[in-house]
Write a protein that binds this ligand. Structure first.
Ligand code: F0G
Length: 459
């Protein structure tokens, strides 16, 4: 009989002890960190759900691969392995290795964007939009409206709204749109997937206007799983087949290997166009390193090449989605407001509904993340008004979604850890009435969520 939540398809070979702290200790820690979970030392964290980025447990096969690192300055054999894996699994001809996803975003933005260009995307991601804007681009959100409604159920909430995309083309002209950035899945919408049908149609519309399609492939395996589960005609296809078809609708991708490539560091820009590839290699030597290692050591490229193959194993991805769903369903059954449907890499708490008495200017999501740490040593991340930041003119963005992300690292925690997290949140929800919001006392100029500091409003 198939279990509702599938058990781990791996066993534990090495363990890493984690900090068990008292509430008194945590009070001192969160105060010192300016009520920003990014500023807490990991030594003070019990269960770390800050991110699924670079927090993966590698397999014994990947660790073995580290020993086969060829640390040559040029032409490392591990680069060949990585390039072969990208070609084989994603289907792109050229690979430019970078230190992580944002290194690839930087290079892609620089080689494609001219001042005043528009970059449509299915919701923004912080670093992606920052690079587009720093290179003179203007980001336009063309995701379907449903994605901005935390409670709205939709199987492919990450889909591009074709009317919005067409309207932008009509408004600014296709020659002002170098590419459309399609994230699979959409992190800030709650890890929501894009359907194959949507990818196919978006690709046709873009290519009819000579607009390139660039994927943010960071969590593409999770997207492939949802297509297999939810889209007619894909149930019997393998994850590898689905992924390959997805990528066939694009001209390239940026990749944060720290997520779906199952490694702790690294990324790449993959391309089909030779001219663009040449331009990318001219810049990679300036910002990252030689084109055959970019931002990575040989051993890291080897681990990534192996991770790419492990990530398309059905049992791996089936368990990952199941673990996420277990946490989400446990919270939902207790009446906690979460983003629906439950996404691929995280469960997102709807802080606006959770602390409905705290206005957005007083940072309900930031407050909830701080409270959760205080309560149980669980670290989560704000994904609301603090993360949204300000536009070029210094105006504050007011995102519709005010969320706390409980991000599940890959192959790291057990279902028992998920129980601890759920019970702690349920307790906070039952006692939510007397919690006050926060005041920002330090704000850095860009990507403020990383280092901003806060103080509790009078308690
Ligand atoms: N795109 C998406 C959708 C991401 O989630 C991230 C990183 C990046 C690009 C950038 O990649 O970190 O390797 O430079 N997301 C991390 C997170 C930071 O916690 O969601 P990077």
């Amino acid at each position: 009989m198939e279990k509702k939540y599938v058990a781990e398809p791996y066993k534990i070979k090495v363990v890493e002890p984690i900090a068990v702290t008292t509430r008194e200790q945590r009070e001192a820690v969160i105060k010192k960190a300016g009520y920003n979970t990014f500023l807490i030392d990991s030594a003070d964290v019990y269960i770390d759900l800050l991110t699924d980025s670079g927090t993966t447990a590698m397999s014994d096969h990947q660790w073995a691969g580290l020993m086969e690192g060829d640390e040559a300055y040029a032409g490392s054999k591990n680069f060949m392995h990585l390039q072969e894996a990208v070609k084989d699994v994603f289907g792109f001809k050229y690979t430019v290795p970078t230190h992580q996803g944002r290194g690839a975003e930087n290079i892609l933005s620089k080689i494609t964007i001219t001042e005043g260009d528009y970059i449509p995307g299915n919701m923004y991601f912080t670093t992606t939009r920052a690079h587009q804007e720093m290179n003179g681009g203007i980001f336009r959100d063309v995701i379907i409206d449903e994605a901005h409604d935390a409670m709205k159920d939709h199987p492919f909430k990450g889909n591009i709204d074709l009317d919005k995309f067409q309207a932008l083309i009509d408004e600014v002209g296709a020659d002002k749109i170098p590419y459309i950035c399609v994230a699979v899945t959409v992190n800030l919408a709650g890890g929501q997937p894009v359907s194959m049908e949507n990818l196919k149609t978006v690709s046709k519309l873009a290519h009819d206007h000579d607009i390139k399609v660039m994927f943010d492939a960071t969590r593409c395996v999770e997207n492939a799983y949802f297509i297999k589960e939810r889209e007619a005609g894909y149930h019997d296809k393998t994850i590898a087949e689905i992924l390959k078809e997805m990528m066939s609708y694009g001209d390239g991708c940026t990749m944060s290997g720290k997520k779906d490539c199952l490694v702790n560091i690294g990324g790449f820009l993959a391309l089909n166009d030779e001219d663009l590839y040449q331009k990318a290699t001219q810049l990679v030597v300036v910002y990252e390193g030689m084109p055959s290692y970019g931002g990575m050591a040989g051993r890291d490229m080897e681990a990534m090449a192996r991770g790419i193959y492990e990530s398309i194993d059905y049992h791996y991805i089936h368990h990952r989605i199941s673990q996420c769903r277990y946490l989400g369903e446990k919270l939902s059954e207790a009446g906690i407001p979460i983003v629906k449907p439950i996404g691929g890499h995280a469960v997102f708490l709807d802080a606006r509904a959770f602390y409905s008495h705290i206005p957005q200017e007083e940072f309900p999501a930031q407050t909830l993340a701080a409270q959760l740490y205080l309560q149980s040593g669980v670290r989560s991340m704000e994904r609301g008004i603090v993360s949204a930041g300000r536009d070029k003119n210094g105006n504050q963005y007011y995102p519709k979604l005010e969320l706390v992300r409980l991000t599940i690292p890959r192959r790291v925690y057990t279902y028992s850890h998920m129980d601890v997290v759920a019970d702690s949140i349920i307790d906070l929800y039952e006692n939510r009435g007397n919690v006050k919001g926060l005041k920002m006392i330090y704000e850095p100029p860009v990507l403020r969520f990383f280092t901003a500091r806060f103080q509790p409003l009078s308690s």
